[in-house]
Design a protein around this ligand. Structure first.
Ligand SMILES: [Zn+2]
Length: 158
């Protein structure tokens, strides 16, 4: 005997026993599988999500599995756990930003203005960083001013 999770074309889910998978195929082809809720014969096997960590997620209402215990907390973390490579990446980004900014003056939203002054040798060359609008950045690029977007840290995007 083999048990299948089935659903009909109206979304009713139910289970049914078959002698074998071939038996299921035969009855399915013959339209003999009937939804017990609505009588529909448009019934097919439900797609089963692969079980993660050897334990299938219940298809119950959302939040059902949420509890304050350490165990289930750990389980939730598994799904949302940051990729360890991401942490390395974030550290590298931080380091990159630090290097870029440690010898540079923060000029805020006057970045485009200051960058131009430096580019046209109106002031002593120095490293600066600050904010520029997309239009300003485009204008600077068109004028051949060299600058780089400072990569945002992942947590800054929240
Ligand atoms: Zn149904």
């Amino acid at each position: 005997m083999i048990r299948y999770a089935l659903h009909c074309d109206r979304g009713h889910e139910f289970e049914a026993w078959f002698g074998s998978s071939a038996d299921y195929d035969r009855t399915a082809a013959a339209g003999e599988n009937v939804c017990p809720f609505c009588g529909s014969t448009a019934v097919e096997k439900a797609l089963m999500a692969p079980a993660v960590g050897g334990r299938a997620r219940a298809s119950g209402p959302k939040g059902e599995g949420e509890s304050k215990t350490e165990e289930s907390k750990g389980e939730t973390m598994t799904l949302a756990a940051p990729d360890p490579r991401q942490a390395v990446f974030r550290e590298a980004l931080k380091e990159f930003r630090r290097k870029l900014t440690e010898n540079a003056d923060y000029v805020g939203d006057r970045f485009a203005e200051e960058a131009r002054k430096i580019h046209y040798n109106e002031v002593e060359p120095r490293g600066i960083y600050g904010e520029a609008t997309a239009d300003e950045a485009k204008g600077l690029a068109e004028e051949g001013v060299e600058f780089q977007p400072l990569p945002p840290l992942p947590e800054d995007r929240n």
